[in-house]
Write a protein that binds this ligand. Structure first.
Ligand SMILES: NC(=O)c1ccc[n+]([C@@H]2O[C@H](COP(=O)([O-])OP(=O)(O)OC[C@H]3O[C@@H](n4cnc5c(N)ncnc54)[C@H](OP(=O)(O)O)[C@@H]3O)[C@@H](O)[C@H]2O)c1
Length: 361
């Protein structure tokens, strides 16, 4: 008989709710499912009731797999409670950035580096949403001809910043349309809406995701660089990024420019991607066919279109890559990692959990 597992989901925000949905849709072998957040209450997902309990270290007793989708940072769920779960014998799969760059923690995208789950010591990190869809699309090309350089501009949906950001977008739109009579020519400046994002998002966009860091790149932009290097095991790839928040509910899009090591034709790239796991090519300019965020919401694949050569650089190629940031960009990738852990039977591992310390990246 197939073994079933005791699973804890931490967080019931944008990602946590999708996690519950993905576990059910994929018929994950669940023995007991516990849902934890900052406060207890009942929630409904697709008509299904889930009792949410207040998070406490003891709630991780008997837990075998803990899927973390709480907030990041010093006082966030993962830094505080992931070591508690590991100490009690669970494998933690964390959606946040706290452990991603720790050399002792694998950072895994199952289509790219599944073998990395084998060396986990209790915690496995899920990459950032914008990194996941980029590496899924580029890995098959990298394997065939190598990639020297990546220049990426992202167009990231509100839900990428959590349920509060979606609420901000909706309230801003409501505030603009509640002018009576509506004056299309009037200022679109919104006042009086609580902001979790650094700027107004309705009828706007801004190149500012995460705080500004080294060399005036944002942390979101650095994630695309450093996480890609770690996942692909190649820190020689020259990567630079501009990340932009756009007034879309869910679905991140990316305009990706690459320079390959060896020449490859557009037709060959299309064929390779069509035959690669987790990718759907949607590329027919004559019929105006290319992937759109509104069409990928709720879908599992990474969609690729607008594959074309750079007219001036012979090994330069452009791709337009779109995926549901809450599914492949977060919840689905995390559940796929849990499935890999089970498949590899490395749910139990050799470590000294009692001595586990919070990593310093
Ligand atoms: N949104 C995306 O597209 C995306 C993609 C990749 C990765 N991520 C990462 O996934 C994580 C969750 O993101 P989200 O978008 O789902 O955020 P969210 O919508 O803001 O939801 C956060 C959830 O975490 C819970 N939480 C916060 N602090 C907690 C704590 N100390 N202990 C227990 N639970 C806690 C909250 O509990 P209450 O409901 O009780 O307040 C809430 O349910 C973040 O680390 C984020 O960076 C998000």
């Amino acid at each position: 008989m197939m073994k079933k597992y005791n699973v804890v989901v931490v967080g019931v925000g944008a990602v946590g709710v999708e996690m519950l949905r993905v576990l059910r849709q994929r018929k994950f072998p669940l023995n007991q499912l516990k849902v934890l957040a900052r406060s207890s209450r009942d929630i409904f997902v697709d008509g299904e009731k889930y009792t949410v309990k207040e998070i406490k270290p003891e709630e991780f007793e008997n837990c075998e797999i803990a899927l973390f989708a709480g907030t990041e940072g010093e006082k966030g769920a993962a830094v505080t409670y992931a070591p508690e779960a590991v100490k009690r014998g669970a494998v933690v799969i964390d959606n946040g950035a706290d452990f991603r760059m720790n050399p002792g923690v694998p950072l895994v995208v199952p289509e790219v580096n599944p073998e990395d789950v084998k060396w986990h010591r209790g915690i496995i990190a899920n990459p950032n949403c914008s990194t996941i869809q980029m590496v899924v699309a580029l890995w098959p090309i990298y394997k065939r001809v190598g990639i020297e350089r990546i220049i990426v501009t992202t167009f990231q949906a509100a839900s990428g910043a959590g349920k509060g950001a979606v609420q901000q977008l909706m309230e801003e739109i409501r505030a603009i349309f509640s002018q009576k009579p509506f004056d299309a020519a009037a200022s679109l400046e919104v006042k009086g809406v609580d902001r979790v994002l650094p700027q107004q998002l309705a009828f706007n966009l801004f190149p500012h995701i995460g705080t500004f860091g080294e060399c005036d790149y944002t942390m979101e932009e650095w994630k695309l660089v450093k996480e890609t290097h770690k996942i692909m095991h190649d820190d020689k790839i020259k990567i630079s990024a501009t990340t932009v928040r756009v007034p879309v509910r869910t679905g991140h899009a990316e305009a990706i420019y690459i320079e390959t090591k060896e020449l490859i034709s557009v037709e060959e790239v299309r064929k390779i991607l069509e035959n690669s796991p987790g990718i759907k090519v949607m590329d027919n300019p004559k019929d105006n066919l290319y992937p759109l965020p509104k069409d990928v919401e709720g879908k599992d694949e990474v969609f690729v279109g607008r594959i074309r050569n750079d007219p001036f650089v012979k090994n330069g190629l452009w791709l337009w890559v779109v995926a549901d940031n809450l599914r492949k960009g977060a919840a689905l990738n995390a559940v796929q990692i849990a499935e890999l852990v089970i498949k590899n039977s490395n749910i139990k591992y050799q470590n000294d959990n009692a001595k586990y310390k919070n990593p310093k990246c």
